[in-house]
Design a protein around this ligand. Sequence first.
Ligand code: AMP
Ligand code: MN
Ligand code: MN
Ligand code: MN
Length: 279
Amino acid sequence: MAMIFDLHSHSTASDGTLSPTELVQRAHRNGVTVLALTDHDGTSGLAEGRAAAQDLEIRFVSGVEISATWAGHTIHIVGLGIDPDFPQMAAGLSEIRESRKARGIRIASELQKEGIEGSLDAALEYAGNPDVLSRTHFARHLVAKGYGNDINAVFRRFLAEGKPGYVPHDWVPLENAVKWINASGGVAVVAHPGRYRLPEKELHCLLKYFRDFGGTAIEVQAGSHGAKQAGLFAKLSRKFGFASSCGSDFHSPVESRVDLGRLPALPPNLTPVWERFAY
Ligand code: AMP
Ligand code: MN
Ligand code: MN
Ligand code: MN
């Protein structure tokens, strides 16, 4: 049987719209055989996801997507095959979630200056898990209020870097994210490296830094990567000796461009990241 891996996805435990159970069921319907749930800065969906997977022909990987800062840039580090109960990571993630709340208050006050009232309470309503408050939750509210046709449009108008509702934020240092993931028994993966728009030199600097601190893999196939970027990151995987990952970064049936399990296969001559963790 062909194996189909999707190693990056979100549920209502962070900024996805499907519950962990619904997500696992959809992945299974789409033919996914190995699914990682990688919610932002939290692991509260993993137990439900794993239980849902037990009833189906699908293997479940405990994952997380940690918001990190490197050289002033926000970089997302996916952990695969982690132990969510590892105390150092659980404590670190809890601090990040707290800082999300503080940032959310500031986002709401910036939006208020734009004449948008009450966005904090509204965003918290959109958050299935108010413990992980995301810009995505603000975006859903802004779309509902008619500030743009879709999530992407309101990000470009209000929430993306440099826009009026954007609040710069210091996440956890990248090396801490990698350290927690490794110490909890998982492997660390740079999520969607094509999204950071780093100049080539800085990108290479990031990858070297990540490798020096114990990083294992980078996403080659990602929901936000086109064919050209997949080719580039395949090359960089080989150059830096990284394993390669593939994940849709699915958030929602109506918002996500790439559905669960619908990414192209990894290019040849790569080491798939699933050779590096138990699942
Ligand atoms: P946060 O971690 O709260 O800063 O929010 C980041 C999340 O916002 C990402 O994980 C995406 O789900 C979403 N996001 C960021 N940029 C965009 C965009 N241009 N269009 C749609 N969603 C976006
Ligand atoms: Mn997200
Ligand atoms: Mn991300
Ligand atoms: Mn993601």
